[in-house]
Design a protein around this ligand. Structure first.
Ligand SMILES: [Zn+2]
Length: 221
């Protein structure tokens, strides 16, 4: 069976993480999330560990060279594992710019996993992303996160425990706009790059989570 290798792209709030997990479970893929790798790296309490922790707190980007060290390390470990069991790999949270995509393709070529490599773009508009990031809520009682999507938008009480729902904002509107600006500037060229190669799978992200997944499955089958 052909190995499946995907990278997930999309604006903050598009639901990449959720879809990455669903795909990981569905096909038994190995998940490589930059955020997870970085949080693990922080635990090594050396210079890079400490600085990575501080950098992530401010929302700034850690350098590409560091991301690559972590990715290569992970890919090498996968190569050493049981390859007969390997169904595929899914990348979440990167590439964040064109040079990272170019390096990733080189690395996938090196490990001989580049034959069936595609990008899945969960497409939501900038306005939709902004709304989702500024209007999502959290249950004051059980902590459940209520995304600003579909029927959840009008939910009055927590559907699990009946608790009160409060707007939850991790970032200021300025910080959110900065992230969305970075997407236009850095990730849009990555999307263009995949489109030119004919390996971009574009999905409408402005529909319920199950429909997003259905569309992905129908397009990558
Ligand atoms: Zn609740």
């Amino acid at each position: 069976m052909e190995l499946k290798v995907y990278t997930l792209l999309g604006r903050a709030g598009c639901g990449k993480g959720t879809q990455a997990k669903l795909l990981t479970e569905k096909f038994g893929l190995i998940y490589i999330g930059s955020g997870d790798l970085l949080r693990k790296r922080v635990k090594q309490n050396d210079f890079t560990g400490q600085k990575t922790g501080q950098t992530m707190k401010t929302g700034a980007l850690v350098p590409t060279s560091l991301i690559f060290m972590l990715w290569i390390d992970r890919l090498e470990k996968i190569k050493q594992g049981d390859l007969a069991e390997l169904k595929g790999i899914i990348f979440d949270g990167s590439p964040r710019k064109l040079i990272e995509e170019e390096l990733l393709e080189e690395a996938l070529g090196w490990y001989e996993w580049d034959r069936n490599y595609k990008a899945i773009l969960i497409d939501i508009s900038r306005q939709e992303a902004f709304d989702r990031l500024t209007k999502r809520r959290q249950c004051a009682q059980c902590g459940q996160l209520i995304p600003y999507i579909g029927a959840y938008k009008t939910l009055e009480k927590c559907d699990k425990c009946g608790g009160e729902l409060l707007v939850r904002q991790d970032d200021t509107p300025e910080a959110i706009n900065l992230r969305l600006d970075l997407f236009e500037k850095e990730v849009a060229p990555v999307i263009e790059h995949f489109a030119k190669k004919g390996t971009l799978v574009k999905i409408n992200g402005e529909q319920p989570i199950e429909d997003v997944q259905r569309e992905i499955l129908s397009k990558i089958a």
